[in-house]
Design a protein around this ligand. Structure first.
Ligand code: AMP
Length: 583
C-alpha cells in the first residue's frame, strides 16, 4: 500500500509509548519553545523555562472561559502571537451540545498532523486484527457551514477543518477508508440531502465497501433509521439511474448523477435483501457483504445508541474510534477487539502534554447504595501522564500545539491499565453537573444509567428509547427532574408509569434520595415526545452552524437553551409523575 506500512506505524507507536515520560518532557519543551513569544505565556512570567515543574508553578489550570478573551481576539483579527508563535489558521467551533452553545477554539496544522497520527495508529492496530484489502468506506461524514470571523478566519467545526485538508484525503486512501461519496456530498449545504446521497453512493459501491463508519455512533444509527424510510426510493433511483427529486443542491445532484446508471439487477438485489430482513436486523452485512466492521465513537454519550447499532450491524463487529475533541486528540484505540463498552484509549505522548487531576472518593458512604457519583469526588494536585494509577478516575488537562496551556477538558476518565509506559484511558463522562436542585448532584452518566434501567421495562414490550434528555423544572416551589423520551412506538400507560417510577428510583445519590424523601424535590416527571422530535433538535443545532458529524444530543436542557426546550415542550404527548416515594 502506498506510503503506509502497518508494521512501521505499530513500531513507531511502541517506541513512543515505551518512553512516555521522556517524550512528555520533550513535547512540553517543544510546545513552549515554539510558542515562547506568545503573550499568554509572557503574562505568567515563565521566562523561557520549559521544564514541567516551572510550567506547573507559573501557568494556572484554566477552563475555556479563561481563554475565551484571547481566542476572541484572534478571531477578531489580532495577528500578534496571542496564544501561539505560529499563526492560528482557523477557528474550530465545538459541537456545543454539552454547554448549549459552541465554544471557539484555535485550530492550526498541528491538529491536522495529530489527527492523521491518531487515525493511522488505530487503523494499523485494527488492520492487524481485521485486515482489509483495497476498497471503500461508507462514511456518514458531513461538514458544517463555514463562516468567516470578524478577522477573516474560517470558523467551522473541527471535523470540517480536518475534512477540508489535503492530508485527510491522502490518509484516508492510505488507511483504505476512501469515502464512497464525492466531496460535493460531504460538503453539501443540506444535511438530509447529504445523508440520502451517502446511502445511495454506498449502495452503488456495495461490493467494494469494507468499512461502515461515522465520527459518532449517533450518525450511524440516524443513517439507518433514515434508510428504513428511504430504501424504496433509493432502489428506484438505482433501477432507473435517475437521482430522486429530493436532491436539489445542484453541485450534489451533478456529482452523484455521474455515478448513477440504470442498474435494475442491483436494485432487485437490494429490494430482495431488504424484504427478507426481520425488523432490519443485520441490514449492514446484508447490503454490504464485504464490510468487515462498523466504526465510530461509541463510548460516553454514544453508549445509548449501541443496542440499535448492534441490531443493524448483526454479525459485524462494532469498533469504537479514538478519543479526542475540538481542543485536540487524547488517545487512540489500539485494542480494537474490545467491545465498545470496554474500549480504551492509549495516550500518544508526543501530541501534547497531559496532566490528570485525581478525583478521590470522599470519606464515608455517599449514596444509598454506596457508590459515589463521580460528581462528588474531591480534587487533588494534578499528576503527570506516567504517574497516574490504574483504577483511579481523573479529569483530563491538556497542553498542546494550538495554544492551550493546562486546559481542563472537562472529561472524566478511568485508568484501565498501561500500554508500555503510557496509560490506557476509559472514558467515564463529562464532568459538568447536569441535574441539581439543592444538595442533589447528577451527571450525564447518572442519567444514562437511570434511562438504561427504565428502558429494560420497555424492552419487555419490544419498545426502545430512540433518544432522551432531561431538564430541571423549578417553575413550581418544589423543583423536580423532567426526563424526555422519544420512543420507537406507542407504549401503554401502565408501562410508562412503571418506567417513570424506575427512573426516579435510579437516581441514587444521597442528596437526591434524601431530598425526595423529605419532599424538598418533587416527583420525577417523564414526558413522552413523538417520533422525530430529537431530529428537530439536531436540525436546530445544524442550523446554528453545528455539523451532524459532531452532533451529540444534549442530555440536559437548561432554561437558557430556550429553543431546544421549546421544541421539547411543544411536542409532549403524555406526561407521568413518579409515585415511587409516595408508596
Ligand atoms: P466536540 O469538541 O464538540 O466534538 O466534543 C468533544 C467531546 O466529545 C470530548 O470532550 C468528549 O466529552 C466527547 N468524546 C470525544 N471522543 C470520545 C470518545 N471516544 N468517547 C467518549 N466521548 C468522547
Amino acid at each position: 500500500m502506498r506510503g503506509f506500512s502497518h508494521a512501521s506505524v505499530i513500531n513507531e507507536f511502541e517506541a513512543l509509548t515505551k518512553d512516555a515520560g521522556r517524550l512528555q518532557r520533550e513535547t512540553l519543551r517543544e510546545i513552549l519553545e515554539q510558542n515562547g513569544e506568545a503573550e499568554y505565556l509572557h503574562n505568567f512570567d515563565l521566562g523561557g523555562r520549559t521544564d514541567p515543574d516551572s510550567f506547573k508553578a507559573c501557568i494556572p489550570l484554566v477552563t475555556h472561559s479563561d481563554l475565551e478573551p484571547y481566542i476572541q481576539r484572534i478571531a477578531d483579527g489580532d495577528t500578534s502571537p496571542v496564544l501561539t508563535g505560529k499563526p492560528i489558521t482557523s477557528i474550530s467551533l465545538s459541537s456545543g451540545t454539552t454547554q448549549g452553545k459552541p465554544k471557539l477554539l484555535p485550530f492550526n496544522d498541528a491538529l491536522i498532523h495529530s489527527t492523521m497520527q491518531i487515525y493511522r495508529t488505530s487503523f494499523a492496530f485494527r488492520n492487524r486484527e481485521y485486515p482489509i484489502g483495497n476498497g471503500k468506506a461508507l462514511q456518514f461524514i458531513y461538514s458544517s457551514k463555514q463562516a468567516k470571523t470578524k478577522g477573516g478566519l474560517t470558523a467551522t467545526t473541527a471535523t470540517t477543518n480536518v475534512y477540508r485538508s489535503e492530508q485527510f484525503k491522502h490518509t484516508m486512501k492510505d488507511i483504505r477508508s476512501q469515502c464512497c461519496s464525492p466531496d460535493e456530498v460531504i460538503f453539501g449545504p443540506d444535511f438530509q440531502q447529504s445523508l440520502y446521497c451517502h446511502l445511495l453512493c454506498g449502495l452503488i459501491y456495495s461490493d467494494e465497501v469494507q468499512i461502515v463508519s461515522s465520527t459518532f455512533a449517533h450518525s450511524l444509527v440516524h443513517a439507518f433509521r433514515t434508510f428504513e424510510q428511504a430504501w424504496e426510493e433509493l432502489c428506484t433511483d438505482i433501477r432507473e439511474g435517475v437521482l430522486s427529486s429530493r436532491i436539489t443542491v445542484p453541485s450534489m445532484r451533478a456529482a452523484v448523477s455521474k455515478l448513477l446508471n440504470p442498474n435494475p439487477g442491483l436494485a432487485d438485489s437490494i429490494h430482495n435483501k431488504c424484504s427478507r430482513l426481520s425488523n432490519w436486523y443485520g441490514v449492514i452485512p446484508a447490503l454490504w457483504p464485504n464490510a468487515k466492521y462498523v466504526y465510530g465513537i461509541m463510548t460516553g454519550s454514544m453508549e445509548p445508541y449501541l443496542n440499535k447499532l448492534r441490531h443493524y450491524a448483526g454479525s459485524l463487529p462494532l469498533m469504537s474510534a479514538d478519543y479526542g475533541s475540538s481542543e485536540g486528540w487524547i488517545g487512540a484505540n489500539v485494542n480494537p477487539s474490545l467491545p465498545p463498552e470496554m474500549a480504551t484509549f492509549a495516550v500518544l505522548p508526543n501530541l501534547g502534554y497531559y496532566e490528570f487531576i485525581p478525583l478521590e472518593k470522599p470519606e464515608g458512604p455517599e449514596t444509598e447504595n454506596g457508590t459515589a457519583s463521580t460528581i462528588h469526588y474531591v480534587e487533588a494536585e494534578p499528576e503527570g501522564l506516567t504517574e497516574v494509577e490504574v483504577g483511579k478516575q481523573y479529569e483530563v488537562v491538556v497542553t498542546n500545539f494550538t495554544g492551550l496551556y493546562r486546559y481542563r477538558l472537562g472529561d472524566i476518565v478511568r485508568i484501565a491499565g498501561f500500554r508500555n509506559s503510557t496509560p490506557e484511558l476509559q472514558f467515564v463522562c463529562r464532568r459538568s453537573l447536569m441535574l441539581s436542585i439543592n444538595i442533589d448532584k447528577n451527571t450525564e452518566k447518572d442519567l444514562q444509567l437511570a434511562v438504561e434501567a427504565a428502558a429494560k421495562l420497555l424492552a419487555e414490550e419490544n419498545l426502545e428509547v430512540v433518544d432522551f434528555t432531561s431538564h430541571v423544572d423549578t417553575s413550581t416551589e418544589t423543583g423536580h427532574y423532567v426526563v424526555f423520551w422519544e420512543l420507537s412506538s406507542d407504549a401503554a400507560e401502565e408501562v410508562l408509569r412503571s418506567c417513570c417510577n424506575c427512573l426516579d428510583l435510579s437516581f441514587v445519590d444521597a442528596g437526591y434520595v434524601g431530598s425526595r424523601k423529605a419532599g424538598a424535590i418533587g416527583a420525577l416527571e417523564l414526558r413522552v415526545v413523538p417520533r422525530g422530535t430529537f431530529q428537530k433538535i439536531s436540525d436546530h443545532y445544524i442550523r446554528l452552524g453545528g455539523a451532524m458529524s459532531q452532533f451529540k444530543t444534549p442530555r440536559c436542557v437548561g432554561l437558557s437553551n430556550t429553543e431546544v426546550l421549546q421544541i421539547l415542550c411543544r411536542n409532549v404527548t403524555a406526561s407521568y409523575f413518579s409515585t415511587a416515594y409516595s408508596m
